[in-house]
Design a protein around this ligand. Sequence first.
Ligand code: CA
Ligand code: CA
Length: 235
Amino acid sequence: MIFLSVQLSLSLDASGLTLSGLDAELLLNQPNHAFSIFLEGSTLHLGQCLEYEEEENIFLNLKEIQGDTALEVENYISFDGMQQWKLVHIEDFSQPIGWSDNRNSQCGDVIMLGGYCQFSDYEVKKTFENLPQHTQVKIVANFHFIDAWIGETGYMKVNIDGVFNYVWTESYKAGQAGFGVNVCGAHHPEGKFVAPIDLMIPHSEKNLHVAFGATLEEDPCDESWGVSMFQIFVR
Ligand SMILES: [Ca+2]
Ligand SMILES: [Ca+2]
């Protein structure tokens, strides 16, 4: 194992971006290791030219980064040996694309795929291709129950080993709401306007197939659902 501790700071002023505190000699004198730290525009690149054996690790101690910069990491970040989640996809559904039905709607400030008068007895799917190499997937999203649900179930399915499996379900009865708040759609109150999905699954395939649906059976202007802020993490 090679241990490199590099302390550097990046500052932005009238003369441009400057790096300081960088022990360049230590870095450049490592034989067979073309280690680089360089600036491109306002982006700081670290270890762009690394050619290390797999079992070797590099530890970078970034003391300070200032200015309008982004730290780009091509692979994963680990803290104390724990590989961290990497956000690889996020959708706010302001302009849905690639779903089997790309209709969207808005309730208050929430923009969602589907929603009032749109999704009822229905399933929408999308395939996310070429995910980075991984062994686990985390899906984070909001599922919205709108109007006159009477105990039906909303669900999410993921394709694992070629088969769509239910990985998340939740049911809702509008009667539970009592003195409810009408947030969205028709006059029925939304007792569970947002059901958060935060789900981890073992998964290593390159492509991820996701489906959302519900066991509703009536008019989407009477009972409906939507999904907002969809995110995929891998590690
Ligand atoms: Ca309503
Ligand atoms: Ca129904």
